[in-house]
Write a new protein. Structure first.
Lengths: 209, 209
DNA sequence: ACCTGAACACCGTTCAAGT
DNA sequence: ACCTGAACACCGTTCAAGT
């Protein structure tokens, strides 16, 4: 590998690429250094620890230079941003894992937050409610990416159905009566949209209009 | 440490205790074997791999022998189960981390699912909608535990406020105008309840009554 | 100033050998 | 049958030394 001039940014970018390619568990200081063609300890000249490298990785993943101005009804805008956030996180699953393990200390990555919050304020929510409602949607989107099977919908469905098949109908009457419905709800675009619309209805109840 | 007769169950229970005490990252085959007073490789007589041990750990964490019959209005029951699930997960944070990293293959841990699904069916939702609505609440509860700061509410608030302080009010007008509200929404019981009620309102819209 | 090999204290797991 | 030490291929990080 050609040795370019290293910077915090170029190292973080290489780490993100490694992680997108091979998964978070494949990221080690030794392997990253290897791929960059330097000694392992060289990285410690740029980052005090692996944790600090992961922070920089999170930062480098967000490169939206400008906050776009969205047009349209608040509800439509909220759906667009939530969908975009989900798609983005599913293309970089390691970000969700890192986010679950360590808090964010840096600014940036607030673009989606800003856009959703604007939409919620436009919906007529108070500042307090807009902040809370945003957090609910945020939690849902991150939770969806983190806790939904990433395999094919087909595989996920088969897994859920076989898990439910082991349940005693006498003690689990509800679940045992609906294996197919539960399997369909385990993952996928339709399920994501269902939850999003459900939450937006809950928000609409709170919105003055 | 006194060497008792080892079984898959007793090893899994010891692993859960270790993880509750010192965190998931402290769980290694070597250390667990040490605490049990046996050689590391002994554990491989009971589990093919660490992954299999983690599966057994998840199983051993759920020891609800009976599914209780809850009384009352569906909405009230759903709130109770969601609160209970959250409290349980926050007392065993490692379970959430494991759940994010590997799929479940075992039955059990379906008690909360059954109870919530029953409540949703009682609310008048179709099987399909009950399954989907359950998944939304499940995603929210797990997401809340996984992605909310576990530190004191005070510490979390200070962190959020300082992160927002670095934002340019010209590009982030909404967020910059409400640091306190955003900080209050970052974690805590009130925020959890807000999201829960919001989702229940969304469910109520879908419920026939 | 910048880089880095050796070393330390860890990992999960395979293999061969002990009882 | 049941258990396990040694070994292999890894970790993150400290320290001292190289240029």
């Amino acid at each position: 590998m050609v040795t370019k001039t290293l910077t915090r940014e170029s190292i973080a970018a290489a780490a993100l690429e490694l992680v997108d390619r091979d998964g978070l568990e494949a990221l080690s200081m030794r392997r990253l250094a290897d791929e960059l063609g330097v000694g392992t300890m060289t990285l410690y000249g740029y980052f005090r620890s692996k944790t600090e490298l992961l922070e920089a990785l999170m930062d480098s993943a967000v490169t939206v230079p400008e906050v776009p101005t969205l047009e349209g009804h608040w509800r439509e805008r909220l759906v667009l941003v939530a969908r975009g956030l989900r798609a983005y996180l599913e293309s970089h699953p390691a970000l969700v894992q890192i986010r679950a393990q360590q808090r964010l200390t840096r600014p940036r990555q607030f673009v989606a937050t800003e856009l959703m919050t604007r939409a919620l304020l436009d919906a007529g929510l108070s500042r307090e409610e807009a902040a809370r409602a945003f957090r609910v949607v945020f939690t849902y989107v991150f939770g969806f990416v983190a806790f939904s099977p990433t395999t094919t919908a087909d595989v996920a469905r088969r897994e859920v159905r076989s898990a439910l098949a082991g349940l005693d109908p006498a003690t689990y009457p509800a679940l045992a009566s609906m294996p197919d419905e539960a399997a369909a709800a385990a993952a996928g675009d339709e399920q994501f949209e269902y939850g999003l619309e459900l939450m937006l209805d809950g928000i609409e109840v709170r919105a003055a209009h």
